[in-house]
Ligand binder design. Sequence first.
Ligand code: C2O
Ligand code: CU
Ligand code: CU
Length: 497
Amino acid sequence: MLTRRKFLKSAGGIALAAPLGIADVAAADETSAWFRNPLGIPALDEGRMVGGERIFDLALQYGTSHFINNMATPTVGINGSYLGPVLRVKRGEDLHLKVTNRLSEPSTLHWHGLNLPAVMDGGPHQVIPPGRTWAPRFNIHQPASTQWYHAHMYHRTGIQVYHGLAGLLYIDDDELRDLQLPSEYGVDDIPLVLQDRAFNQDGSLRYMSSMHDRMMGMMGPVLLVNGTVFANFKLQKPLTRLRILNGSNARIYNLEFEDRREFLQIATDGGLLAQPVPMRQLVLAPGERGEILVEFSPGEDVMLRHSPLPSRPRRHGAGMMGMMQNMMAMNDAPFPIMRFDAGQAMVATRKIPAQLVTPRDWPEGEAVRSRRINLEMGMGMGGGFRINGKSMDLGRIDFRVPLGETEIWEIDNDSPMAHPFHIHDTQFRILDRDEKPPGAGEQGLKDTVLVYSGEKVRIITRFEHYADPRAPYMFHCHILEHEDAGMMGQFVVVGQS
Ligand code: C2O
Ligand code: CU
Ligand code: CU
């Protein structure tokens, strides 16, 4: 079992040997077969119905994982040793989650993507001390979607999520059911939680050991999918739905199949798109979800990989900022993520509906105000991670947002790197990126949007259902090390006067 000392030790600060590289991991693999490890599928937890409520019992706990051969890695998980179950709920239901903290340090559990009362949000204000249980209850009234949950402890979100405190939450509804998309969990409806990790020679996770980790956020050379290294998924149906979460602390993925086959994006963060969008590459930044349908023929054996992001015009040409951009471009090499093996005979395919749903939208003319969000990074110690010139302060409320009024938020990235900007409590639509409409795959409900260096993104939304002048929600960069370092702010939703 992992002690608090070991958990903290892997936080860095202690002299570390060279980290394990992907080559070490492969060479150490006796069977020498790359991508032969069966993809781990998280347990599916549908809770239990009591008095009209769907109840989930969740425990944050220490564990030991064996990601790489027989090396023991101290980790944390929810009802397990690493990550948590997929929680499956239905639109309209009342949830009651009993979250017990069995760790020796305080933590929280945040419901990312959900519209709920601020005191149920599980952000840095809803701390669960060791040994205590926090039991939020709220109603689910959002459309079918792939949401997720993760630790959100003030200054400790990065390290806690990195060690395993995250999981998926599926919302089902009748509209989704009627579309008859692939929906057999673990068979043709597959969760993929993408996370990159660095390891020390002793098998422990290596966290924050360099200036690069602090500036860019924590990245590592080893790719985990649902906690599996070199994952292989044996397909059973020709048409498969992948629900992909970028659950990494900092890495942005540009996903493609090695044969560059076409696939269909069917959903964004907040639910289904209006229609399936054909594409060959899907960019997912930390916190974002994308659902795709992909078709395979018997006998095919295809890798999913990251392909370097197309280069973008730079605002910072010279000096430190320009140097940093060059450094980042150099770091972005292609790498394999996992393998899809369609070796077995598969049963007949099914039809893909041409139309899906009508995702919620707000006409621009309805907006009553617009707010400016400036994402900033300095080069000093600590990185100077700020929003609108300010570093996160639990005692400061940045915005008071009136309930039920449509707002535009203009997010301006005045820093040398891309930041995924996330808002709690609401889903939004992207109005434009540098005055151009977003791509078809982004024309749906979002709660996190990647804002490239020098780019300005406008989003539109309306905060609904819950007002509480005393309990704040967060907005922040979803690179967890940036969030922990101060690139976060707070807002309250207030009743209309
Ligand atoms: Cu995914 Cu403030 O969270
Ligand atoms: Cu969130
Ligand atoms: Cu950031």
